[in-house]
Write a protein that binds this ligand. Structure first.
Ligand code: S3P
Length: 182
């Protein structure tokens, strides 16, 4: 079975939704950021601070390549993974790309207390920074074949929409009818 790959901006819910979706489908869950931290033995913030973004992107591309060669996974990607066309090609080869979005104000609310995202850990107006990055990246996130706005939804609500889409497309087997539903 093809991998289910969640793409989208920071704070749109990729990791939380991915973990829940994997549990729901009985699949293994992989998060590209967690994988980078595991193989390098450093946090994302440390890699950015000590080695720079370019080094982070090359670690990220290596991890993506390995993950894309596997199957039957649910994958949560870092928000910048789709900026590299090679990553997109690899992930599309054996995967279905699902986009998650949210309004800038909602993203801001979700990320503001966390300090683990170097690209948002900048002096000045973080909401403006989010808006600018979102605008710059809109084209990159458009590679998703199906997109869910996670703004007004719970994690389970998002999972249900994705499952419905995947079933409709025949990308996962239809859920068995439970006897209580008959
Ligand atoms: C990034 C998003 C982060 C992480 C890194 C860079 C980006 O992942 O990969 O800080 O460029 O958007 P999340 O989207 O999981 O926050």
């Amino acid at each position: 079975m093809k991998n289910i790959v969640l793409i989208g901006f920071m704070g749109t819910g990729k990791s939380a939704v991915g973990r829940r979706l994997a549990a729901r489908l009985g699949r293994e869950f992989v998060d590209t950021d967690e994988e980078i931290e595991r193989v390098t033995g450093k946090t994302i913030a440390q890699i950015f601070a000590r080695d720079g973004e370019i080094r982070f992107r090359s670690e990220e591309a290596l991890v993506v390549k390995k993950i894309a060669a596997r199957e039957n996974l649910v994958v949560a990607t870092g928000g910048g993974v789709v900026l590299n066309p090679e990553n997109v090609r690899a992930l599309q080869k054996n995967g279905v790309l699902i986009g998650l979005t949210a309004a800038p104000e909602i993203i801001y609310r979700r990320v503001k207390r966390k300090r683990n995202r170097p690209l948002l850990n900048v002096p000045g107006d973080v909401l403006e920074r989010i808006k600018t990055l979102l605008a710059e990246r809109a084209g990159a996130y458009a590679v998703a074949e199906f997109t869910v706005d996670t703004g007004g939804l719970t994690v389970d609500g998002v999972v249900e929409r994705i499952v419905a889409y995947l079933e409709e497309r025949g990308l996962i087997p239809p859920a068995p009818v439970r006897s209580a539903d008959k």
